[in-house]
Design a protein around this ligand. Sequence first.
Ligand code: EPZ
Length: 427
Amino acid sequence: MDKFIINGGKSLCGEVEITSAKNAYLPILAGCILSKKPILLHKCPKYNDVINMLKILKSLGAKITPQTNDGKLHNSCDILVDCSQLSVHTIPHELASVLRSSIFMLGSILGRFKKARVAYPGGCEIGARPIDLHIKGLKNLNVEISDKHGILSCEGKNMKGGVVNLDFPSVGATENIMLAAVLTKGTTKIFNAAKEPEIVDLANFLNTLGAKISGAGTSDIIIEGVSELNGCEYTPIPDRIIAGTYLIAGLICGGDITIRGFIPQHNQVLLEKLKDVNSKMEICGDTLHLVSNGYHNCISKIETSPYPGFPTDLQAQILALQTIGKGTSIIIENLFETRFKHVPELVKMGAQITVKDRTAIVNGVEKLYGASVNATDLRGGVSLVLAGLVAEGYTTVNNVFHIDRGYYQLENDLSKLGADIKRIKNN
Ligand code: EPZ
């Protein structure tokens, strides 16, 4: 398995362009199943989760044509998705178990075929990742679901619009129910829906296909079922988590960086939390310019919560920033029960962190020291890279396949900004 070798202590300087949002592209690819007409998607990011989602689409009978000279998928190229010949309504374990977002396929396969057989999804080691809210929501659309030996067998011949009150504003459950409702006769109402920008992007994409969805971005979403969808051309939003990651990288390393594709409205809480950190931040449209000297006061308290709260997907990265600084920071992770696996690895590098249940207490130190550390999940892995960039000496980050799920060649982008980081391939 590949690893990164980082020689820390370099400041960052230059420009980085944020690629499309993983957590927008994945449900949008699932949404393509609902249309029998060609769909042109721009800026397809070559994250491994997206590559695996394209594999699932192809296994169902979809035709994916990269719009490139050599016909190969290149990072941020356009792709033509043709689901006109879809014939399969099942996703086997070996494909579904590779990533969490295979579960979104359930709603779209049901929407298209009114039946589905999907194995339980996979995903990161950040928590149990139950799907009870997905199942409860689909049952409210009159789907009969049997759950045996890790396979969900769904009968949707009597599907009709319904009312879904989500116990928790689950991103995936909101998306799954939306996808199932688009081609289902009647009106579907989702209350206590997730409000993330990726939900809005999915609704905008589906409406561009001819769906009738209103209220996305609020707690109450209404979907009027339609009989069929058209094709379209669509550009998903940039990845707010990657954008936030680079902002934090600029702060932890110090330097002068420009981030293109940084949509401030998508990262309001992060910007709010960082306003007292001694740096100069200028935002013009979707471009953020940061000048920082790399040493900061700790942020006293950070608590993750559903959008528009502090994003759980930036918890590991901002925790890494807190390890170097003056003072103490309290970080509470409310979304996932085991999302502090990066802490013991950061402690190996000299960080002073104690964890009790869902709370991490970080006492800022002057310096971190290079060590050999192990990535355990996507965002936790990135936090180890950020720590390595500022640590004295060499850091080896093992198991970077976790990071490749949601960042494309992170080492190249960081090297272009002046970091000393190399990938050691280990097939
Ligand atoms: C999405 O996961 C994202 N993944 C996650 O990003 C993100 O951390 C999460 O939303 C929260 O923002 C994708 O979009 C592919 P949830 P999802 O359903 O949909 C509980 C990354 O790093 N829950 O909002 O799985 C669940 O246990 C990934 O890019 C149930 O109890 O998240 C958790 O505590 C990591 N029952 C909470 O809700 C359910 O049926 C939030 O989960 C579903 C969820």
